[in-house]
Design a binder for this molecule. Sequence first.
Ligand SMILES: *Cc1c(COP(=O)(O)O)cnc(C)c1O
Length: 490
Amino acid sequence: MVPKLSRRPLRRSADGVVTKGTIGHVHDWTEKTEDLARAVVGYAEQRLRLRPVPLDAPLAEEELSERAGRTITPEGIGGRAALEVFAEVLAPACISIDHPRHFSFIPCAPTPAAMLFDLVVGASSIYGGSWLEGAGAVHAENEALEWLAGLAGLPATSGGVFVQGGTIANVSALVAARHAARHAARHAARHAARAAGGGEPTRWVVATSAEAHSSVSSAAGAMDVDILGVPMDAAGRLAGDALEASLEAEARSGSGRRVFAVVATAGTTNLGIVDDLESVARVAKRAGLWFHVDGAYGAAALAAPSARHLFAGIEHADSLVVDPHKWLFAPFDCAALIYRRPELARAAHAQHAGYLEPLRTGDDWNPSDFALQLTRRARGLPFWFSLACHGTDAYSAAIERTLEVARHAAAAVRRKSYLDLVFEPMLSVVAFERRGWGAEQYHAWSKELLESGTAFVVPTTHNGKVVIRLAIVNPRSTEEDVDAVLTSLG
Ligand SMILES: *Cc1c(COP(=O)(O)O)cnc(C)c1O
């Protein structure tokens, strides 16, 4: 049964807008709004200042329901009350991703400057999709993208956009790659006999290794393209030799499929392995493939002098992903997607409609044109602001600090008789086993660690075995934080 709506008589202002008398129009700035501003900004400031940050933990739906009560009602519960529900009930049921003992997945440790500026972006009503509407914001975002492109050694003519995450970035890059390959195939078909290699293949294929992020197979699924799985070398890396062998086997098979791109990972999510980018780039170039580098997590370490050498070859990327919301201290959500030839991405992604044509008058830089998106928040601005405040040297130092703590973790694991390192860390992910434990023990330990507010560490699997994994991207995580976790395993 559809419940009856409130029959309270509605009041209308002179211009006919429905009001509730007390609060005025929802868009008015009233005394109540003034009071709410103080409360909300005060809350944000307090949360930013908190040391230590509470770890917090989720609650069951029934419990949250009971504690929070009904908050969306016809009359509204009022700003102060809604904020109180958030502060007292909802926020404590969300794990703080910036807690120094949050080592699960890939955490996020935004700088106070970046988080503060997120408030400003929210308050500024900026449309970040086009130059016409958001020129100032787009200019600043582009400067931040330029810094990243420069770190990777991409040419000054490269460019891109900040999108929601590495997932959207990967699919957007692959859509651009396939678009370019399809265009080339059609062109060849028009100008040469099909036998000469022109024309559309039966299936499009992207080559990658089994350690590639799950979003790559998700992108392939969404695009309805196949994946050519390339075996990894002994170090778990995708390398040129194996790629070449897989491409040759594919060509010999006579399947009629065509490989259009290879995805290399610059820092796998599970273990932080950087593929052999140099040799993959060489083979990709020879085979005419689009070379996509997924550095969503790891490519931030380009800014760290001690890790930079691992990325040799990244300068050949046709497209590159780096998530500032992972290891570059920006708040969610922020992923940088950079193309060597942005015009190829624009050809694939720019949307056309009568009402959008006013945006297409010149060669303006419209960020929406470079990914699967239209409306967009200027989500690169908090990252830009923090970079501008602190300078890039401070970023290098902060990333180096996390690498230092990761090296400490690996050394400490080696020293403990009850732990075995799974893999010598290349970046800031440290994976290890607890001798004698099975899946159940790992999961029970992880649960207890969170419930006691000690740390947040979820196990992962490697080669079919459950193992512990620490992802260290927070410069406020210390050697002592790591030691506390290792000791709890004793
Ligand atoms: C995290 C990650 C992604 C996905 O990024 P989201 O921002 O979570 O969508 C893709 N690739 C790699 C290597 C990652 O670590």
